[in-house]
Design a protein around this ligand. Structure first.
Ligand code: HSE
Length: 304
């Protein structure tokens, strides 16, 4: 068989969306691209350009390559293909809470699947991606696009994707420091009070319902969280002040993007004003940052 070169584009993602810890996520119009050629010989060549390129390993530890190997093993092609040429072009900020590891995992899986003639469905890719990432809330929107709700049942992820019925803008503020997800998960408690669980369940359900209905008024009260943000606030100087600034500038609400340190505001108006105010308040707290006004990506990972 002739070696086939495949190029894919994968959106960055913002997980949790406030109350939906480890289950809600949204795909954003910021992208990583990846080009893959599978090789029969045991040779790995990885080139990386764009955000954080200098911090990503170019050898066997590379997460794109490890994802490709997992797929090859799953479909029984790991003996046939033992190497690859991988070219990565990263537009998604690395290790900032915009799903950069999910885009790498999904990019590797999507490209390898395409190279082999698509033996796996999107749902099977979700299964593999969730096994690698550990939770589905970033990989689900990276695969399916849109706003996703996902759960894991007996080790099997299930997800659905919806497109909100209102023109939601995502204002993502990127501070100039890294926060590894591992560090942000390490500060979380093993158990939470019942009242905090109830607080989040209602908001996560109402957030999803309000997006389906396009109800702006209900969206004003649903982006708060009691399960993870209170514990993580100490890792992001001025976080709650930045949330308040976003709302004062007209946003419906704001939250950590995934495990941070990016913060995200959800708005239907004044997107630039919201972004500028969030950066200003971050600066008041000694943090340099920049903002991006993004839309919801509707397609998820695609071959280009
Ligand atoms: N739901 C995850 C978390 C997203 O908040 O830790 C980051 O991978």
């Amino acid at each position: 068989m002739e070696e086939k070169k495949v190029r894919v584009r994968v959106p960055g993602t913002s997980a949790n969306c406030g109350p939906g810890f480890d289950c809600l996520g949204v795909a954003c119009t910021i992208y990583n691209e990846l080009e893959l050629t599978l090789l029969r010989e045991k040779k790995l060549t990885i080139t990386i350009s764009g955000d954080g390129a200098e911090n990503i390993p170019r050898d066997e530890r590379n997460i794109v390559w490890r994802s490709i190997q997992k797929l090859l093993k799953k479909v029984g092609k790991d003996e046939e293909y033992q190497g690859a040429v991988i070219n990565m072009l990263n537009g998604v900020p690395l290790s900032r809470g915009l799903g950069s590891s999910a885009t790498a995992i999904v990019g590797g899986l999507k490209a390898a699947n395409e190279c082999l003639g698509s033996p796996l469905s999107k749902r099977e890719l979700l299964q593999l991606a969730t096994e690698i990432e550990g939770h589905p809330d970033n990989v689900a929107p990276a695969i399916f696009g849109g706003f996703t709700v996902s759960i894991v049942r007996s080790g099997r992820p299930e997800c659905f994707s919806l497109l909100p019925k209102l023109p939601l803008k995502l204002v993502v503020v990127v501070p100039d420091f890294f926060l590894p997800t591992k560090t942000a998960r390490a500060v979380l408690p093993a158990e939470v009070p019942m009242k905090d669980a109830v607080f989040n369940i209602g908001r996560a359900a109402m957030l999803t319902a309000a997006l389906c209905k396009g109800n702006k008024d209900f969206l004003r009260s649903v982006f708060d969280d009691a399960l993870h943000q209170p514990y993580r606030a100490k890792l992001i100087p001025g976080m709650y002040d930045v949330f308040r600034a976003a709302r004062a500038a007209g946003a419906l609400g704001a939250s950590m993007s995934g495990a941070g340190p990016c913060l995200i505001a959800f708005t239907v108006e004044n997107a630039d004003k919201v972004g500028m105010e969030m950066c200003r308040v971050f600066a008041d707290n000694g943090v340099d940052s920049e903002y991006h006004v993004l839309d919801i990506d509707e397609k998820g990972a695609v071959v280009i």
